[in-house]
Design a protein around this ligand. Structure first.
Ligand code: NAD
Ligand code: MG
Length: 476
């Protein structure tokens, strides 16, 4: 007997979305001088709020505020004092976690189960972790008395809005830098709530500045001569542009770009666990994950059985209302991203791969894409080479470990990979040969603030998280 799920909606009453938002500069909310824009709820396309857009002059004000705070307050402050602010922010994030999670799900479209259980707890963990380093920087391995770099310009994407903010701001502040951060244009709301949290924590004005806007605002920020360091997470294309604009300046740069990770399943793997890992690898956050396991490489002798179990599991995924606590797969973040996913999925069919989705009813309004798997994929297919950034899995097969490694590394990217096998020696043999910054063994998409994260090749350079993540923000 099968029981149906009853709706289990999380209340949105805890969030108070204002009709309009300004920029956060020098500890105050101020007007922007660009053309304001709207952020929408991707689950129903309803407008949520009007957001100020920072033009070049606004960015200039924000950089000046960050510089003043760096010179007079934050740079000279002892690390043990800075740590107190970071601990305070971490605790407020925990106290306001439900509010942050609901707001993130409304603005981004991700399931509340993920924003509540993954994104927001990791945000708090990141601030706690880097708070602990603030007074121990001399023991981090970057010289006995490392200094902050200065003012950091940080540009982040829409897939993990608050978490990417934490990855950028926590290490920068712990090391004594001040920041100007630009959130993505489709997901600015949790960054603006974070600005309120900075005020609540009585963080000195100008230490954190948030400038909202689209690509032009990001460009004005990374090209500003008053910035000492640029940190960017987003597409490889924009990453390339930023690398060109920073070249020849004294600015430091870290880039965290796209990925096309191989999730390798050997025939001896525990298949049911592997299926859970595959599902988590590609359907977590609608596949809007730079380290998503978007290429499944399965050993030929186990392929039929694995695919059968995978399809059965996919048929149980619940797609729909992001605020329903039963939802597994939420809304696609924007119309533009949905169009890109559709285009690539269509290309997969046109190039001859076989497309399959479970029967699932999608809501009439909003941006939705059913969980999809392609079999019979060749390495030359666009769906095997390009980042789809959606709930679309491409399946390839292999016969020997050598072939698995060769196929896994046959990509311009190198951010992450997964290995599933019962043999420890095979895990080590495979991991050693994969050109990927993160390799998960018998698990996938596990994150910890103590562990460095970053890519090889076109996935970017520099590491975020852990002791390694301090390096980008310190002058040894
Ligand atoms: P994007 O790179 O255009 O946007 C990321 C951030 O950069 C946003 O804040 C954006 O406003 C800003 N930006 C855009 N142009 C800029 C410029 N010239 N200078 C400075 N900042 C600029 O990414 P997107 O258009 O939202 O997504 C396109 C594709 O990128 C996706 O389909 C996906 O493949 C990939 N992507 C990867 C990640 C990741 O985490 N690695 C995140 C988002 C998108
Ligand atoms: Mg939005």
């Amino acid at each position: 007997m099968v029981f149906e799920y009853a709706p289990a909606p999380e209340s949105a009453a805890i969030v108070d979305i204002r009709p309009s938002y300004g920029l956060f500069v020098g500890g105050e909310f101020t007007d922007g001088h660009g053309e304001p824009f709207k952020t929408v709820n991707p689950a129903d396309e309803s407008p949520l709020a009007e957001i100020a857009c920072a033009d070049a002059a606004d960015v200039d004000r924000a950089v000046a505020a960050a510089r003043a705070a760096f010179d007079t307050v934050w740079g000279p402050m002892p690390g043990a004092e800075r740590a107190k602010y970071l601990y305070r922010i971490a605790r407020i994030v925990q106290e306001r976690s439900r509010e942050l999670a609901v707001l993130e799900s409304i603005d981004n479209g991700k399931p509340i189960r993920e924003s509540r259980d993954v994104d927001v707890p990791l945000v708090a963990a990141h601030f706690f972790y880097y708070a602990g380093w603030a007074d121990k920087l001399g023991h981090a391995g970057f010289g006995p008395d490392p200094r902050p770099v200065g003012v950091a310009g940080q540009v982040i994407p829409w897939n993990f809005p608050l978490l990417m903010l934490a990855w950028k701001i926590a290490p920068a502040l712990a090391c004594g830098n001040t920041v100007v951060l630009k959130p993505a244009e489709t997901t600015p709301l949790t960054a603006l709530l974070f600005a309120e949290i900075c005020r609540q924590a009585e963080l000195p004005p100008g230490v954190v500045n948030i400038v909202t806007g689209a690509g032009a605002t990001g460009q004005a920020l990374v090209e500003h001569p008053g910035i000492d360091k640029v940190a960017f997470t987003g597409s490889t294309e924009v990453g390339r542009q930023i690398a060109r604009s920073v070249a020849g300046t004294s600015k430091r740069l870290t880039l965290e770009l796209g990925g096309k990770a191989a999730n390798i399943v050997y025939a001896d793997a525990p298949l049911d666990q592997a299926v859970e890992g595959i599902v988590n690898g590609i359907f977590f956050n609608q596949g809007h994950v730079c380290c998503a396991g978007s290429r499944l490489l399965v050993q030929e002798s186990a392929a039929d059985e694995l695919l059968e179990r995978l399809k059965a599991r996919m048929a149980t995924l619940r797609v729909g209302d992001p605020l329903d606590k039963n939802t597994d797969v939420g809304a696609i973040n924007s119309a533009a991203q949905l169009a890109r996913i559709r285009e690539l999925a269509d290309a997969g069919e046109a190039e001859g791969a076989e497309r399959w989705s479970p029967a699932c009813e999608l809501p009439g309004e909003g941006y939705w894409f059913a969980p999809t798997v392609f079999t019979g994929v060749a390495q030359s297919h666009r769906i095997a080479r390009e980042e789809i950034f959606g709930p679309v899995l491409s399946v390839l097969t292999f016969r020997t470990p050598d072939e698995a490694v060769t196929k896994a590394n046959n990509t311009p990217y190198g951010l992450s990979a997964g290995i599933w096998t019962e043999k420890g020696s095979l895990i080590l043999w495979t991991a050693e040969r994969l050109r990927a910054g993160v390799v998960w063994a018998n698990t996938f998409n596990k994150f910890d603030p103590a562990s460095p994260f970053g890519g090889y090749k076109e996935s970017g350079f520099g590491r975020e998280g852990g002791r390694h993540g301090l390096e980008a923000y310190l002058d040894a």
